[in-house]
Design a protein around this ligand. Structure first.
Ligand code: FUB
Length: 333
């Protein structure tokens, strides 16, 4: 296989980020965020990520250029959304494609929405409201071999995960309002959320629960362990019967992974998939195509390092014989 397309922007006519790649009907479909240039402030709340719509990209094979299938959903067509259409994912079940997306409601609170289509690359019709009891960002929906579907999601800071620790949303300045800040230092880190979806794929079977990520001694990762603890961008894949939860560490810019025998965890931290990329955020997905695995990720190299103008790239990903994953340096050739 030629590697001409690897580690280069998949498309250059628009900025794309947060790729969720899937192999549907013999083609690779990528569901990214669509970064747009704007005047928003660059801050820890993520105001600079001011996306309005979604495009789907498609590759006939890993050797074929990516084609932009065009806009498939815009915020103006989703009744409950005010702004910030962040990292999406798509899942196939029951003969339909379900596009999951986080966005802020009219009160500025993130929830997870869903739009449904008979096709992977167009005609997505959004539900009137967000998924009941959903909150925070970065949905990744995994359909297991037995047909059960799980939504992994959540993200700190701008993703608002820590604002839900009391069971309801606690707004405001974390320095001023108890409960709006996350765990610190030696306190147990907040894990991502997981919720099983009902068979309709648009509602939760039970409220989401935090996933436990344990260290090599079986102890939960601590909030101060910024090189390993979860920040945002979770993804799930299954390899040789084991469940691989991967995620971004945010402040330290790694994509790490943890392994479990169950899709609900607990997971044991195992290592790094991707070293830091150019730009503050890092976000990825994994997909198997014809017996080989690939990592889709983004960086800000095309924009010269602008955090909110990112480009999706991909490269091959290798599982070692012992089930660990070979760490990728995105700039090694
Ligand atoms: O693209 C907006 C946000 O940046 C995503 O939701 C996060 O995962 C980070 O990539």
């Amino acid at each position: 296989m030629g590697k001409e397309l690897q580690n280069k922007p998949l498309v250059k006519h628009i900025y794309t980020a947060d790729p969720s790649a899937h192999y549907f009907n013999g083609k690779i479909y990528i569901y990214p965020s669509h970064d747009i240039p704007h005047e928003c402030e660059d801050n820890d709340n993520g105001d600079q990520y001011s996306m309005e719509d979604y495009h789907v990209l498609c590759m006939d094979s890993v050797d074929s250029p990516a084609v932009d299938c065009g806009e498939v959903l815009h915020e103006k067509n989703v009744p409950w959304v005010s702004h910030q259409m962040w990292a999406p994912d798509c899942a196939y079940k029951n003969g339909k494609y379900y596009l999951y997306f986080p966005a802020k409601d009219k009160n500025g609170i993130f929830h997870i929405g869903v739009a449904v289509s008979d096709k992977p690359d167009r005609d997505f019709v959004p539900e009137e409201s967000y998924i009941a009891d959903s909150y925070s960002i970065d949905p990744a929906v995994f359909v297991d071999d037995d047909g059960r579907a799980y939504m992994y999601h959540g993200g700190l800071w701008g993703g608002q995960l820590e604002k839900w620790q009391t069971g309801s949303f606690v707004a405001g300045d974390p320095d001023m309002i108890p409960g709006a800040d996350g765990p610190q230092g030696d306190e147990v880190a907040l894990g991502p959320l997981v919720a099983e979806l009902n068979d309709d794929m648009i509602s939760l079977k039970a409220p989401a629960q935090h996933i436990a990520i344990l260290d090599e001694n079986g102890e939960p990762l601590k909030a101060g362990d910024e090189k390993r603890r979860f920040f945002e961008a979770c993804w799930m894949h299954k390899y040789n019967g084991k469940y691989y939860l991967s995620y971004s560490t945010g402040t330290t810019c790694y994509i790490c992974y943890a392994i479990s025998d169950s899709p609900m965890g607990p997971f044991t931290y195992t290592g790094r998939i991707l070293e830091p990329v150019i730009g503050w955020t890092t976000h990825h997905s994994t997909v198997e195509v014809d017996g080989k695995w690939y990592l889709f990720y983004h960086d800000s190299s095309l924009s010269g390092g602008i955090n909110s103008q990112r480009s999706v790239k991909f490269c091959e990903l290798h599982h070692n014989e012992d089930g660990t994953i070979r760490t990728i340096n995105p700039y090694d050739n």
